[in-house]
Design a protein around this ligand. Sequence first.
Ligand code: PLP
Length: 344
Amino acid sequence: MNGSRIRSGEQGMWRYGSSLPLERPEEKVSFGEGWTPLVREEWNGLNLFLKLDFVCPTGSYKDRGMAYLVSRLRELGVREVIEDSSGNAGASMAAYCARAGIACRVFVPDYTSEGKCVQVSSYGALLERIPGTREDTARAAEKAAETVFYAGHNWSPWFAHGIKTFAFELWEQLGFTAPEAVLLPAGQGSLVLGCALAFDELHASGEIDTPPRIFALQPRNCAPLEDAFRKGRSSPERVEKRETIAEGISSAEPVRGREVLKAVKKTGGDILSFSDREIWDGCVELARRGYFVEPTSAIVAAAAERLSREGGVGRKGPVAAVLTGSGLKGSSKILSLFSSPPED
Ligand SMILES: Cc1ncc(COP(=O)(O)O)c(C=O)c1O
């Protein structure tokens, strides 16, 4: 990507369409996702920029990846798909499949927020709620996919390439410069992989001198990437996960963990973990500032809090963070957290 390849006449993330090749562009499946606001916040002296991806058409950043993934599936002539998800990706897949005329079956863990489940069914997809862990859900989907096309977004290169557009936008909205650091929630790590792809492309084309440091953020109750990073391992090991309010990033076995660890290390970044109490405090602080996001997304506020206290980040340039998912999908869970907040 470089400035001259931006298609300024295109809507949303498709202004970077030159970096999202389609063999038959007329098959593109889009709701005009992307080009989300970037808002400056002063956070205990930290020059923080919040990227409001929760305003995407289905209420999460997943729409970027899904727009490109489902476009490629329609090009291939796929008529029916299976997806597994912690909720947001399933809702997004269901919406894009509805637009594409592709039949869709979505597997989610049974702890998934009601709002996301209602969304999946409303879009006309078949919802399968699976008892147990996120990994049990993935296994159930893979089994069902013995006879139907498995479109699991965590495995798809197209999904990561769609996600990278948030980072192109950051670069453009910051006046064609890279931030010093980017704070990203990480379960399977799609934001980390997308961010690395985008800034590598910008670096390779000479648009930026130094890619930003990537900070991948995990709930302490389920932090296989953080655990591997601390121990200097090249791939994560399965962890025993405990319940967490950050449901979107509670992945005990990230399928592309090795690549995620490599990407963070290459940028001189870090992987940090946070207690549910820290994540909840971040959620409340964001809401007080006017951002109603789901607890998963609020982990970036917990990170801003810690990094602003410790110093060491944000001295050379701004720090950017992505607000990934809308609080409206989990409002009943959020209400119950106000009356009984997590303990430390
Ligand atoms: C709101 C939200 N933020 C962040 C993520 C992180 O995505 P990943 O699992 O690709 O790291 C998810 C994943 O479902 C999510 O729902």
